[in-house]
Write a protein that binds this ligand. Structure first.
Ligand code: FES
Length: 141
């Protein structure tokens, strides 16, 4: 009886350890972000049309800015949420211009709201806070 208990204990420790690893794999690391950009600058011309996007440095693997509406720009962390520590876990906008994907396991995320449209990822792209007054964009956490 004692050995059955020991076996059960061992199994639950193993299951717990695997669950932990799985969760960690979905955790994009924290990065402090406090960036101002001016959309009137020629380098951000792509953000002036709705649906436009551009990349900036910052965050963990860089930030993808997406002009969602006249008054809203979304700031996505480019680190893929599935196995974010992989060297290739950085999303780029694909040929559709409405999805972002990583180059190794090809998870796809909607640029509109960051949700997963194709696995293996199950967690949406991480976003940073933004405020936008029509010319100045503040990205922060
Ligand atoms: S690294 Fe995330 S799906 Fe490829």
């Amino acid at each position: 009886m004692k050995s059955v208990f020991k076996l059960l204990l061992l199994v639950s420790v193993i299951v717990f350890a695997f669950n932990c690893k799985k969760q960690q794999d979905n955790n994009v690391p924290l990065a402090s972000v406090d960036i101002y950009i001016y959309t009137s600058s020629p380098s951000f011309i792509d953000l002036n049309a709705i649906g436009g996007y551009t990349y900036i440095t910052g965050g963990v693997r860089g930030i993808l800015l997406y002009r969602k509406t006249t008054s809203e720009i979304i700031a996505y962390e480019r680190n893929c949420t599935y196995q974010p520590s992989q060297p290739c876990a950085t999303v780029v906008v694909d040929a559709t211009h409405i999805l972002a994907t990583d180059t190794c396991c090809h998870s796809k995320f909607s640029l509109y709201d960051g949700t997963v449209t194709n696995g293996p990822a199950s967690v949406p792209l991480k976003t940073y806070n933004t405020t936008f007054d029509g010319t100045t964009l503040h990205i922060y956490n």
